[in-house]
Write a new protein. Sequence first.
Length: 39
Amino acid sequence: HQTSSPAPHFLPTHAKETKKREDVSAKKIERDARAFCRL
């Protein structure tokens, strides 16, 4: 089996937390990009 990527059902809560952090950082990057565009 592949050790590089865990199964989709592996620690679903951890996956949700990771997704949430990704969403937050994506929003932050988006906000930073808009702020940069206004410079």
